[in-house]
Ligand binder design. Structure first.
Ligand code: ARG
Length: 520
């Protein structure tokens, strides 16, 4: 039967749901077509955890920084109605390629490699990478000294690219430079490679303690405003407008005033074209330097590696989660009131707060607390992830298992007692086997949720499946292909586990098995 046939009630239901959704969400849709007067807004993306270039003003909650002031001034000069939007740094170039934003200003270094995927304005800032180390470290002075060391970087940045070139170095990537620096403070890595002005600002203005800059300006870089590439044969009108605005504010002194406001110094001379782009042919060759392996090979290798980590994390978390969950379930139904209460609080806390927050507390928060108490204590990424995941799963499992145990008719306890069985014997031989069978379906749900939730550990720099995908996007800018592939791998993992759970359910079903035996 065709479920969507004209007269099918399902079809009406679907149409109804769709129209309801559209009417309910229309006020939430971006007001692109509703800008009264003037043209459509010029949407500029930024990753706003990069002070002093882009950050949120603590008092007002609005975006501020050198870049923000600059793009507003450029917009005014060029007659563009600038509207700023936040995006993760590694999402900026894909968003430019897909045309969801019109430009990006985010301390983006002009490189020949990026110029193959996006267009750049003329340079508006001269920067360079700096190596940050802990105070007292005298052994690291240059990129050379980083061989075989642990380095934290922000994903998709020139710092990350530089770190990737260092032989034997172990590179951990974070969503923001601030988290990478926090990692250094917490003694998890030896160094951070990040834009010099940002690291210096964190140390001097934001009060980042225990960190110093070892090698200042190990590279020379120029920031540009990024725009979508023009289609072949077309001129890039917005690029011309942005350049016009930029030259305008440089000429009329606004640029100088802004520079002085944010950096307390005279602006340096800016070239018309970034040196990285001079002699396009040479630059292109440099961009393609080294044996570049085909995209699909990179993708395949990274995703397989990530899937391995995801599975490993899941297995560990399930193992400890099951043990913890069972113990917690027993505590929840134990006659000891105090035990009941303690575990009730535990379950409510871990069920009632986002796992992302729990991860941050365990990984970034606890070391900070210990430090304030005068103790040096840190937790490695893997145990931190396993602990957070296990505590979380155990909280959910506790309730599931408790429900399973309590669903077994209490009369059975009495029966066992009259047979002379001890409570533990009763639990093990009579109650658990029945409860286990009943909790299998919700257990399967938990398992699948867990596989997907492991992706959250990417925030603490864990290279699991999702982060491996992000890392491929950060160097290839093929967001669609990569994320679809990542989704498919998750789907394979979850499908396999649901098949396994189904099989287990069959296997544990005494009635089904008895029938099979009878027929065979
Ligand atoms: N200049 C570096 C790059 O282009 C880092 C920029 C990071 N910007 C940011 N808003 N997080 O790769």
């Amino acid at each position: 039967m065709n479920l969507l046939a004209k007269s099918s009630p399902l079809r009406y239901l679907l149409l109804l749901a769709l129209s309801l959704l559209l009417t309910l969400t229309s006020p939430l849709l971006p007001a692109v077509s509703q800008t009264d007067g003037g043209g459509s807004p010029f949407v500029v993306a930024t990753e706003p955890t990069f002070p002093p270039f882009e950050m949120t003003d603590e008092a007002t909650g609005t975006l501020t920084g050198f870049d923000i002031d600059l793009i507003q001034a450029v917009g005014t000069a060029a007659g563009l109605e600038v509207q700023i939007e936040s995006l993760p740094f590694d999402g900026i170039i894909p968003a430019l390629q897909s045309g969801t934003i019109q430009a990006a200003i985010s301390g983006i270094t002009i490189t020949a490699e990026r110029a193959q995927s996006v267009a750049f304005s003329s340079p508006y800032f001269k920067a360079g990478l700096a190596i940050a180390v802990r105070e007292g470290n005298e052994t690291i002075q240059s990129l050379e000294d980083l061989k075989g060391k642990k380095i934290a970087v922000q994903i998709g940045t020139t710092g990350a690219m530089e770190a990737a070139k260092i032989p034997g170095a172990e590179v951990v990537s974070f969503d923001s430079a601030a988290l990478a620096l926090q990692e250094l403070v917490n003694r998890k890595v030896d160094a951070v490679i990040n834009d010099g002005p940002v690291t210096l600002f964190a140390i001097k203005e934001a009060g980042l303690r225990g960190v110093k800059v070892a090698g200042e300006s190990v590279t020379e870089e120029f920031y540009g405003i990024a725009l979508p590439l023009a289609r072949p044969g077309e001129t890039n009108q917005n690029q011309a407008l942005v350049n016009y605005g930029l030259f305008q504010i440089i000429a009329d002194g606004k640029y100088k005033a802004l520079y002085e406001k944010w950096f307390g110094a005279e602006p340096p001379f800016l070239p018309l074209v970034a040196p990285a782009m001079v002699g396009t042919q040479a630059a292109l060759e440099q961009a393609q330097r080294g044996p570049r392996e085909p995209f699909f090979i990179t993708l395949f290798r990274n995703l397989i590696r990530g899937a391995g980590v995801t599975v490993l994390l899941t297995v560990f978390a399930v193992f400890f989660g099951l043990i913890g969950g069972t113990l917690a379930a027993l505590a929840l139904i134990s006659p000891a009131k105090i035990l009941q209460w303690l575990f009730r609080i535990y379950v409510e806390f871990f069920r009632g707060t986002p796992m992302l927050v729990q991860l941050f507390i365990i990984y970034f928060g606890l070391p900070g607390l210990f430090k304030e108490l005068g103790m040096e204590w840190t937790l490695d990424r893997f145990p931190a992830a396993v602990i957070a995941l296990s505590l979380n799963v155990a909280a959910y499992l506790a309730e599931i298992i408790r429900g399973g145990i309590q669903s077994v008719d209490p009369g059975q306890w009495e029966a066992c007692q009259s047979l002379g069985m001890t409570p533990w014997q009763t639990l093990r031989e009579v109650i658990f086997p029945q409860a286990f069978r009943r909790v299998l379906p919700p257990l399967g749900n938990e398992f699948i949720t867990l596989i997907k939730d492991t992706s959250l550990t990417a925030v603490i720099g864990f290279s699991e499946l999702f982060r491996e995908g992000q890392l491929v996007v950060a160097t290839t800018y093929k967001a669609f292909e990569v994320y679809i592939a990542v989704a498919l791998v998750y789907l394979v993992l979850t499908t396999l586990s649901s098949i396994a759970f189904k099989a287990l359910e069959h296997y544990m079903d005494p009635v089904g098995r008895a029938k099979k035996l009878a027929t065979s």
